[in-house]
Write a protein that binds this ligand. Structure first.
Ligand SMILES: Nc1ncnc2c1ncn2[C@@H]1O[C@H](COP(=O)(O)OP(=O)(O)O)[C@@H](O)[C@H]1O
Ligand SMILES: [Mg+2]
Length: 406
């Protein structure tokens, strides 16, 4: 009881602190992922290009379909949102009957849900499940006819759904205008994967990518401007020195050029300063934030690994702790076999294990190099790419494997 009251007090204090004025943040929301800044530095050309492609819609003329490629965090979604907002506003002024629809294919997760989201956004309600896709299509077509609509549909992260469910939806959508006497629906496809083109059926590709636009990763200077603008919005004066922003921008540009991750680093750095009771974000705060972000990422990857991969990872840890081991795949497999037998799990083939090792490697948890073992031929040797303590910490969150790590 005493303890319960103690906990409640602690919790109430946490809640009360929410109302205290932050010494760091003026507007926390300015660093959120869904915040739409009213200015997007270094994307003026892209905004203009997309604007030129969609402008004919204002006269109810056909707009070319456009395909946008670019690595994550290069501003693709932000630019489309920005253009859609402006286009909708202009259309209202001109009384043009345009509807802009933005659907995130990854978040929707299935073809059906993508169609349901398009429907909802044009004012047509569709049950969550139950209808055949063809029926949803028919209703959308009828709704467009009945309301005399002109649609601009942006399919964001479209590569994800094509990989998951194939090209059917894109194929159907690319032919939707055959249902109307004049051109009614234009598309903007967006892909984080530059190589997506290569997997698409050439017929679909030629319809959907009449125009193409590639977004490049941001340079250090560009990230600096983006972060500076957000920092002005997010922080009180004097909290974040430009030299700290320079540091974050340079780090982010050399690693990835991803504005989302750069903004995350700025936010976590600010939270670190806030939690430490500081009045200023320092380079040390950034370094601590980097470690925290890396730890969280490793945690997330490891926590969600399938059990066999977890056992394999533990085998690697055990092997690395053995001073006389060479850390070869063969040794790791032997370690793995003794563990799975003890656990009563199925033992996977070497081939399967080798592909699991590749997965751990592409997730950035381990790395390998090929070494020549003299008369034993060539083999791979493994090492960890992140601190051992992080891996152990993450593995320990799953109860089953606790005992194995001792
Ligand atoms: N030029 C820019 N100016 C300001 N913020 C930007 C800019 N580019 C990207 N961002 C911000 O970075 C984050 C990621 O951008 P986003 O458009 O979602 O990238 P993508 O869709 O290419 O993955 C968003 O929070 C966005 O607001
Ligand atoms: Mg995006």
């Amino acid at each position: 009881m005493e303890e319960a009251r103690g906990s409640l007090e602690v919790l109430n204090k946490v809640f009360d602190n929410m109302f205290l004025k932050s010494s760091i943040f003026r507007n926390r929301d300015a660093l959120r992922h869904d915040y739409i800044p009213n200015h997007l530095p270094h994307r003026e050309n892209e905004i203009k290009y997309v604007g030129e492609v969609v402008a004919p819609l204002l006269l109810h003329n056909k707009a070319s379909n456009l395909f946008i490629y670019g690595k994550p965090g290069t501003g693709k979604t932000a630019v489309i949102r920005f253009v859609f907002n402006a286009l909708s506003k202009k259309a209202n002024e001109l009384r043009a009957n345009i509807k802009c629809v933005l659907v995130n294919s990854r978040l929707e997760g299935s073809e059906y849900r993508i169609l349901a989201s398009i429907s909802r956004q044009i004012g047509l309600s569709i049950p969550f499940t139950g209808l055949a896709t063809a029926e949803v299509f028919r209703r959308i077509v009828n709704h467009i006819k009945a309301n005399n609509l002109y649609l601009l549909v942006a399919l964001d992260e479209i590569d994800v759904i094509v990989k998951k469910e194939g090209e059917n939806l894109l194929y159907e959508l690319s032919r939707i205008n055959e249902n109307f006497s004049s051109h009614r629906v234009s598309f903007i496809g967006i892909s984080n994967e530059i190589t997506f083109k290569q997997i698409l059926d050439p017929r679909i590709l030629s319809t959907l990518s009449e125009e193409e636009l590639v977004f490049k990763p941001y340079s250090s200077d560009e990230l600096f401007d983006i972060l500076m603008e957000r920092a002005r919005e997010a922080f009180h004066n004097g909290v974040c020195d430009p030299s700290v922003i320079r540091y974050i921008a340079a780090l982010s540009a050399s690693e990835h050029g991803d504005a989302r991750r750069a903004l995350d680093l700025l936010r976590v750095s600010a939270e670190t300063a806030e939690r430490g009771g500081k009045r200023e974000i320092t380079v040390e705060c950034v370094q601590e934030a980097l470690r925290k972000i890396e730890r969280d990422q490793v945690n997330e990857v490891i926590r969600t690994l399938p059990i066999q991969s977890k056992v394999l990872l533990i085998s690697i840890l055990k092997n690395l702790r053995n001073p006389s081991a060479q850390h070869t795949s063969g040794e790791i497999y032997t370690e793995y076999r003794s563990l799975v037998t003890n656990l009563g799990l199925e033992s996977l083939t070497d081939r399967r294990l080798s592909s699991l090792l590749n997965e751990l490697e592409s997730a950035g948890i381990i790395s390998s190099k090929i070494v020549n073992m003299g008369r034993y031929g060539r083999t791979k040797k493994y090492s960890l790419s992140v601190p051992q303590a992080h891996i152990v910490e993450a593995l320990k969150e799953g109860d089953l494997l606790n005992g194995l790590l001792e």
